[in-house]
Write a protein that binds this ligand. Sequence first.
Ligand code: GDP
Ligand code: IMO
Ligand code: MG
Length: 436
Amino acid sequence: MRFRTTCVVGVQWGDEGKGKIVDLLSREADVVVRFQGGGNAGHTVVRDGEKFVLHLIPSGVLHRGTTCVIGNGVVIDLVQLLEEIRDLGRRGIRVGSRNLLVSERAHVVMPYHKQLDALSEKAAASKIGTTQRGIGPCYADKAARKGIRVADLYNPTFFKNRLGALVEEKNKVLGALYGAPGLDADSIWMEYRRYAEQIESLVADTTCYVNEAIDGGKRVLFEGAQGSLLDIDFGTYPYVTSSNSDACGISAGAGVPPKKVGRIVGVAKAYCTRVGEGPFPTELNDELGKRIREIGHEYGATTGRPRRCGWFDLVASRHAVMINGIDELAITKLDVLDQLDEIKIGVAYELDGRRIDRIPVDVDALARCRPVYETFPGWKKDTSKARRFDALPKAAQRYLRAIEGALGVRVAMVSVGTDRMKTILRRTRIARIAAD
Ligand code: GDP
Ligand code: IMO
Ligand code: MG
């Protein structure tokens, strides 16, 4: 039996434009599920010129009739979630139990997680450049069995005792390692009991909900956050996030068996960006890199940090195609390259005088990799009005065909602007969630 599920994942280091693609595909989805990450994500959706940046709530929320689910694999900052709900409300999008469910098994980002994230980044000799949203410390506590889950908030005595013990331990760490003042467990307990009341109507057994939705023939869309190269297992460790930010994360992060995960759509920019530290072989540390940043408005949707820009990297993308089993590609921000004289693709790396076509596991080796480029002529024409693949300049078509040829994956969607409408759907069923 084929299941009517689709998954959208980032092929690069995040910010590929997943929000836009998820919003577009949500037209046909009954349920949209986030399965990992947390408030580190910043997914932009532009609707009729109005910009929304979503951090914890799935990008399907702008569609009436779509149920959004924050799955068990997500780490939830309740302060941020409540603020996001309020912000959407102020802008005419009502979020409530009708359109948002929160997993009772999801872990909660506590104040000490955010504090430890910030302090550890400040103190570290080699920084990761995290978003300081408490993601790493919260996932670390989850794995160490020192986490607090959403369900735990509704067992006041258990929550109080557990929090008391955890805060006592965290205060020792805060004092000893960072000379920081301790936190008061009782006031955190009261504050989080209040938040728990405010989200109570949203809390659900989302594992059952999503499985029953799939089994009942509903169209379910999984929304990945971050990107494949930030994946804790398969990314450029240690310069990664703390979750499985590729399709491998769906089963554990939503409670959906692998056999129910259908089509995988990989989203990649027509070039490449990275925010935070870590090796980036095709990075452009020059005027051209700055120019791409300005044309593409490459500043973080969550932190506002300038994103590092570079050329499309086939070595890294091939790795992402393999680990995700990508069926179709959505290439975004093609329009950003419109005015360039020539465009390059990194087709291989040169490492210590040897040509390689796989991404090295050793982070120092990756930092030593020099890209081998193939150069393409620019098209020097506006692509933002194209709505069909064959309406694109021939040179742009050649560029996209080179990517799909090298990766062996069809480019099913091309995005040429921020708005929903500025998208080319090729002859494909990608715009339909239902798998055939
Ligand atoms: P996400 O994290 O993968 O959802 O991506 P972000 O929202 O962090 O960053 C993508 C940025 O590119 C956002 O500002 C989008 O509005 C913008 N964007 C998406 N697709 C296109 C496109 O085709 N062209 C242009 N110019 N901008 C785009
Ligand atoms: P979306 O979903 C781009 C990066 C951070 C840092 C590393 C670890 O919008 O694509 P973390 O706070 O997760 O511990 O930071 O991961 N990072 C992202 N980069 N897009 C994101 O999300 C990111 N989420 C985390 O910059 O390098
Ligand atoms: Mg983003």
